[in-house]
Write a new protein. Structure first.
Lengths: 323, 234
């Protein structure tokens, strides 16, 4: 047994990913996970993508952005408009690519001037930007204005949700481990010192912002092709705040914190569904309480480590060269 | 090695540097002394590319670098230890040092320079896994200097390395600065602690409200009555 786990050690991350996937897929097939639970899972996955990508911008690079919903809406509308004309799997795949790229391009164009601003100013600028995007969608003919788009065929399923959620987390965690990621973190730590080390801070802030918007665009596509219906007001200021709450609650600078918080908040909302009158009050109260006792967020800037499992009878032995 | 001609810097309407000219020769320690607000830090920040001059020239090894970015200048061998240390507080000592070598690709050279930094500052080796924010002020200053050395600079800018340190530590830091210089790095040092700076400097410039008012060798200035009265306390 010990020998086997030792052999599997280098693959355990992938094993964990595959087992989770197969498990949920089986539960869906058997019918234990019903439609309602599936919708909750879709929300969780989309929120994880949004939170992890916002964490890259806000938690790791230290740029306070309130415009994430704007980028999400770009992906969502690209998907909605494409699928209403081309309701095939190819249309869906194309809209994922287009939605992600368009969101990234807008992120780049918006980021270039605004990321010269700091702190509160950047927050206001990004907030204004996402409002502009929302107003554009309300006033355009093609997006059907405030009435929104309806009857979008559903293509997003557990397979797509899972691939993109895991993909986003892996993409961003690998980015953060690279030299570029280190450069981003150093900007958060001390921008002047980073500049003095020869780090082009504008370039890395824009890079982080563009990657973040790209992921938000994908989240938007997944959303549009799951929930049938798009309305510009879904992507207002409050949506950006929702994502920010997940990031802050999980811990600025902790990817696993964002994942954990997205799941936790979804579970809390689901449980509170039965107390509809008190729901928002209890939800808000919980946030206040958590912030009083864990102001650094659930995880702080730490990551969940598989080391936790290592003490459980050698089931999770150290990799070569790992302490 | 470094030549600055008629440098002017403005902050809005404030004329912070009013035509500064100075030279630093290969292998020297040159110090820039002066009171608060004289423009010492601004001079350093402008030379390392963190501020933009309105007029003037900065020439490094015969090349005009006035309009290059801070990154370019680090590549050309300029390294800046900013005022107030500014280490990356949540990163470990080792990560801080690694970021100093950010623009370098030669892994072996980086490993070798890491050894050199640990030789200069043995305490950093002992604390390499510790978050930089938890170090004492003196240790943080050592880390900031070590981090700047990791880019293997030809010229090192030090902005007030003695700030907020105990007298014994100040001596220790200055001893190490002297060692770094002996090992072949040219140094431009900005200091308020004029007596310490003049002791180790080959040459010195005195800055007053944006202009250079005096210059000479370290020992000359130590003897000058004006300097004694204004900066050395007697």
């Amino acid at each position: 047994m010990k020998n086997l786990t030792q052999k599997l050690a280098p693959w355990r991350k992938w094993l964990f990913i595959i087992i989770t996937f197969v498990l949920v897929q089986l539960l869906v097939q058997v019918g234990i996970i019903n439609d309602y639970l599936q919708a909750t899972i879709a929300t969780i996955c989309i929120n994880i993508i949004l939170a992890v990508s916002l964490n890259l911008i806000t938690g790791f690079t230290g740029q306070f952005s309130l415009g994430h919903a704007g980028f999400m809406s770009i992906g969502a509308y690209v998907c909605g408009l494409t699928l209403l004309r081309m309701p095939t799997i190819w249309g869906y795949l194309a809209s994922i690519v287009m939605g992600a790229l368009l969101a990234a391009v807008v992120g780049f164009v918006v980021g270039l001037p605004t990321l010269r601003l700091r702190g509160d100013y950047l927050a206001i600028a990004t907030l204004g930007m996402s409002e502009i995007i929302r107003i554009i969608f309300i006033n355009l003919e093609i997006t059907n204005g405030a009435a929104g788009l309806s009857g979008i065929p559903r293509f997003t399923n557990w397979v797509f949700l899972y691939i993109f959620t895991v993909g986003t987390v892996l993409l961003i965690s690998n980015f953060l481990k690279s030299t570029h990621g280190r450069a981003c973190i150093s900007i958060r730590e001390d921008e002047i010192a980073a500049e003095a080390m020869g780090i082009n801070s504008t370039r890395y802030k824009v890079t982080a912002f563009t990657i973040g918007s790209l992921c938000a665009g994908i989240a938007g596509v997944l959303y549009a092709a799951y929930f049938y219906y798009l309305n510009p007001n879904t992507f207002g200021f409050l949506k950006s705040i929702d994502v920010l709450v997940i990031v802050v609650l999980g811990g600025m600078g902790s990817l696993s914190g964002s994942v954990l918080a997205a799941i936790l908040l979804a579970i809390i909302s689901t449980i509170l569904q039965d107390f509809s009158d008190l729901r928002m009050i209890i939800y808000a109260l919980l946030l206040v309480i958590i912030m009083i006792f864990r102001p650094q967020g659930l995880m702080g800037s730490k990551e969940i480590s598989m080391k936790v499992f290592r003490n459980l009878g050698g089931l999770w032995p150290a990799r070569k060269g790992e302490k | 090695m470094l030549e600055i001609k008629n440098l002017h810097v403005y902050f809005g309407v404030i004329h912070a540097l009013k035509g500064i000219s100075l030279t630093v020769n290969d292998g020297e320690i040159v110090t820039l002394i002066g009171a608060n607000g004289a423009g010492k830090t601004t001079t350093l920040r402008t030379i390392s590319g963190l501020e933009k001059p309105a007029d003037g020239e900065i020439i490094l090894n015969g090349k005009d670098i006035t309009h290059t970015s801070a990154q370019e200048r680090v590549k050309m061998g300029v390294s800046h230890v900013p005022e107030g240390r500014r280490v990356f507080p949540d990163m470990t000592v080792l990560e801080n040092l690694e970021l100093g070598a950010y623009l370098r690709k030669d892994k072996e050279g980086i490993a070798k320079d890491l050894e050199t930094v640990y030789e200069h500052f043995p305490i950093l080796y002992d604390r390499k896994k510790q978050a930089a924010g938890t170090l004492s002020g003196g240790e943080q200053q050592m880390l900031a200097i070590g981090r700047a050395l990791m880019s293997r600079p030809k010229i090192l800018f030090l902005d007030e390395p003695s700030m907020g340190l105990a007298p014994l530590l100040v001596q220790e830091i200055f001893r190490i600065i002297k060692n770094i210089n002996s090992a072949g790095t040219t140094i431009l040092l900005v200091e308020q602690n004029a007596s310490m700076a003049l002791q180790i400097a080959d040459r010195a410039y005195v800055l007053e409200t944006g202009s250079i008012v005096l210059s000479g060798t370290g020992s000359e200035l130590m003897k000058s009555d004006e300097i004694k009265k204004a900066y050395l306390g007697g």
